[in-house]
Design a protein around this ligand. Structure first.
Ligand SMILES: NC(=O)c1ccc[n+]([C@@H]2O[C@H](COP(=O)([O-])OP(=O)(O)OC[C@H]3O[C@@H](n4cnc5c(N)ncnc54)[C@H](OP(=O)(O)O)[C@@H]3O)[C@@H](O)[C@H]2O)c1
Length: 327
């Protein structure tokens, strides 16, 4: 089968299409999927650079999500799955390939109304956003929510699901074009962080109170400003470190306003934990997708042979929504 391998850590040209031996039959509780499309994630670019190695036992090839058709079932796979089913899946790696083995607990049906290819853009964003700000930070109807990087793959999904659930949505993004896309997806307050101070704007828009929950992909360089933007009992959830990992903060606001800071990744969680998240996503998010209230936002697709081009595009950060690879 054809895969995209990382020849040696480096720039996008490190991604090379190779012919490798077919995968072995799926093991206990696993299925073999013929990949129709694979989502490209920011984390894949970090893996390519050698800074995010796959966990032990995971595929060496990049790719944290895919869609496709079930080709074979291992032993003890739940009866709901059959050969020929169209699915999408959260992966620990290996999506940049013609075939991938998936633990059955990480499969989701392709939502009605979504094409097989577009479904590849849903598992990573839905599982990340649902497991963080909803399952952990308990973002609730009537609350306010700031999403940094509103036009990212993560952001375009987070805006839609939060609006659908009755949350007031604030976003930051780096251009007017990106902010217009966020507005079209339902964002209430759109802040160009290059042109204005997001803390001041949030204070202005909330009568000085701040927002209830923040989803942050920046980390260190935003930590103090995020704490300054939260309301009493506010919750900050950090999912990325595009602005670094080390900083110094004044903790006084945490005590005075009873703030919570949490951070988590998906990839290194246990199989049981991922299965629980996937099941919650199917229960809570999939109905919103089926009803058309939440749609995958696909910016561009590339053939597998142009994986390097897909990473180049992602690293320009000029995209809005998701980038997909088609084997
Ligand atoms: N913890 C987890 O489980 C988990 C899971 C998935 C994703 N993530 C993280 O969530 C973030 C978004 O992921 P994604 O796949 O949706 O990424 P993406 O589509 O590539 O979006 C990243 C966005 O970040 C903004 N940005 C801010 N500072 C930047 C900088 N210094 N360089 C480049 N872009 C910058 C860019 O928009 P502007 O032009 O508006 O700045 C860009 O669109 C990433 O940090 C990713 O690692 C975490």
């Amino acid at each position: 089968m054809r895969v995209v391998a990382i020849a040696s850590p480096g720039g996008p040209e490190a991604l090379q299409v190779r012919e490798v031996d077919d995968l072995p039959a799926p093991g206990e509780g696993e299925v073999l999927v013929a990949v129709a499309a694979a989502g490209v994630n920011r984390a894949d670019t970090v893996q390519r650079q050698g800074r995010y190695p796959p966990p032990p036992g995971a595929s060496p090839y990049p790719g944290l999500e895919c869609s496709g058709t079930i080709l074979a079932l291992g032993a003890n796979v739940p009866l709901r799955w059959a050969v020929g089913d169209q699915v999408c899946a959260l992966l620990t790696g290996g999506g940049y390939a013609e075939k991938v083995v998936v633990p059955a607990g990480q499969l989701l049906p392709v939502p009605e109304g979504v094409s097989l290819a577009d479904a590849a853009g849903l598992p990573e964003v839905a599982c990340t956003v649902w497991s963080t700000v909803f399952m952990t930070s308990h973002l609730s109807p009537g609350e306010s929510f700031l999403i940094h990087g509103g036009s990212s793959g993560i952001g375009t999904f987070a805006i839609q699901i939060a609006k659908h659930l009755g949350v007031k949505v604030f976003v930051t993004a780096g251009s007017e074009e990106k902010l217009a896309a966020c507005k079209d997806l339902g964002a209430d307050v759109c802040i160009n962080y290059k042109a204005e101070d997001f803390v001041a704007r949030i204070k202005e828009e909330t009568d000085g109170k701040g927002v209830d929950v923040i989803l942050d992909n920046i980390g260190a360089s935003y930590l103090q400003r995020n704490l300054n933007s939260l309301a009493v009992d506010g919750r900050l959830f950090i999912i990325g470190f595009m602005g670094g990992v080390t900083t110094e903060v004044n903790l006084q606001a945490m005590l005075a306003r009873r703030l919570t800071i949490q951070a988590a990744g998906l990839r290194n969680r246990s199989l049981a934990n991922k299965a629980q998240i996937v099941s919650e996503v199917e229960k809570n998010v999939w109905p919103a997708v089926v009803s058309g209230k939440v749609k995958p936002v696909i910016y561009k697709t590339f053939p597998l042979s142009e994986a390097a081009e897909s990473h180049k595009l992602m690293e320009t950060s000029s995209h809005i929504g998701k980038i997909l690879l088609i084997p």
